[in-house]
Design a protein around this ligand. Structure first.
Ligand code: ZN
Length: 448
């Protein structure tokens, strides 16, 4: 008789149904669904499919019509230092050590929590505006960045940084362990915020403290991240100090494991690439920062061919100077070809994989970086009425080569809309402009 009594055809409930010209799912088959819709329930993707099917099958509480747009998974920034937006453009075109010792460290050591909060807010606003919904951080007083990101609706993995010499927070590395434990417990109930153990580098943290901090990461069952093999200069320093290349130091301490996230991996040998693949570590490529600091070009295609999981990060806004993942996606593809001497190397799909699924694995959050049933509803929309996105043959190509990031017209994390058509929904962007003015004055007064 009537199909109305057939429970299998009763409309399903969802909180939001989003319609778009296309959805780049980044699922295992890398499907791109045309004339598509995404049903969202309880902050998760309930279903992805053709609009006609989903609009007939669901009774949504609300709808968002993104016709004329393409949906992508929210990008994942796997290496940054969010509050360093405060130092954006303060000193450029300098060698690394002169830049750090004369311009960054003297001010950094004086930063207060209210200043760090302004820096983190600027960073969150830039991430949201440029389509990034999760990031792996490393800095000081990380509870500030955690609270700021959570308030903005972004996902964050916090890394309280330490050296074997005094940092702005700790007289020595072992003072950091208790802070890391406290940070982990402070955010344990927050679904948006996680933590990672974060030694700065193999030349600033002693081998014994690398091992000790790794044991802490195992105990808390969280990622362990470090800057490594960033430049030939770092290799020279490690050889002089320990008689070993940077990765050899980590290998000898037994800390190259699937828990480990290695930022940069620029100055590495073929033998080291094989070792990284065998050990199951994640590597994070930061082309914008590597280019600006003249660190070198990471052999990204060789890492991927060897089977290493590679994510993408911007690094801090003082060495990039942007937190815009679209720019680093383009740079990754372009410099990857030069590094390989092969125009087919580091393809658009490879780069989008790095910025979504690869970075998600670096964060220890592998369900991010895809628009797929059961996964978090973190996604962004690109405005196809942008002249630089006309015509459209392949949305993956446009995301990597043609977009600037300013085509992002909607950013959503955990089903919550953070940005829509120029309006920040979770942040007071005009108030932030005022706060930034006072922060830059505060920093200028302490710069010299
Ligand atoms: Zn860094």
């Amino acid at each position: 008789m009537s199909s109305m009594n057939d429970s299998t055809s009763a409309p399903k409930q969802c909180d939001l149904l989003v319609r778009a010209d296309a959805v780049v799912t980044q699922n295992d088959a890398r499907e791109v669904v045309q004339d598509a819709a995404v049903a969202i329930r309880d902050g998760l993707v309930a279903e992805v499919g053709g609009y006609a099917d989903l609009v007939a099958g669901y009774e949504p509480s609300a709808q968002l019509d993104m016709s004329g747009k393409v949906l992508l998974p929210g990008l994942v920034n796997a290496h940054t230092h969010l509050p360093m937006t405060l130092f954006r453009g303060i000193a450029d075109d300098l060698p690394l050590m002169e830049w750090l010792e004369n311009h960054i460290w003297p001010v950094e050591v004086q930063l207060t929590d209210p200043m760090l909060e302004i820096g983190a807010k600027i960073g969150c606003a830039e991430l949201i505006r440029t389509g990034c919904t999760a990031f792996l951080n490393g800095y000081f007083h990380e509870h500030v960045t955690g609270n700021t990101a959570s308030d903005a609706g972004l996902r964050a993995v916090l890394g309280e940084g330490f050296f074997s010499f005094p940092s702005p927070s700790f007289p020595s590395a072992d003072h950091c362990w208790e802070t890391i434990r406290r940070l982990e417990s402070e955010f344990s109930e927050n679904p948006l915020v996680r933590t990672a153990v974060t030694p700065h580098a193999a030349f600033t943290v002693s081998p014994a403290e690398l091992t000790e901090s790794y044991a802490l990461a195992c105990d808390l069952d969280i990622p362990w991240q470090i800057h490594i093999a960033e430049s030939p200069a770092e290799t020279a320093t490690c050889l002089e100090k320990y008689g070993k290349r940077p990765l050899q130091i980590l290998a000898d301490e037994g800390v190259l494991t699937p828990r480990t996230v290695l930022h940069h991996c620029v100055d590495i040998t073929d033998e080291e690439i094989e070792r990284l693949a065998d050990s199951g570590v994640c590597a994070v490529h930061c082309p914008g920062s590597n280019l600006k600091l003249c660190s070198g070009l990471s052999p990204v295609q060789r890492l991927i061919d060897a089977g290493v999981t590679v994510g993408l990060g911007t690094d801090g806004a003082s060495s990039n100077n942007q937190l815009n993942m679209f720019r680093d996606m383009a740079l990754a593809a372009l410099v990857g070809k030069i590094r390989s001497g092969d125009a087919s190397a580091v393809s658009a799909q490879t780069v989008l994989d790095m910025a979504t699924r690869g970075s998600a694995r670096c964060l220890g959050w592998p369900e991010l970086g895809r628009i797929q049933p059961g996964c978090p509803a973190d996604m962004v929309a690109l405005e196809l009425a942008s002249p630089n996105l006309m015509p459209l043959y392949n949305p993956v190509s446009h995301a990597v080569y043609a977009s600037t990031g300013m085509e992002v017209c909607m950013t959503m994390a955990a089903g919550q809309i953070l940005y829509l058509y120029g309006e920040f929904r979770t942040m007071d962007i005009h108030g932030l402009r005022e706060e930034t003015r006072s922060a830059s004055q505060w920093i200028s007064e302490r710069k010299k």
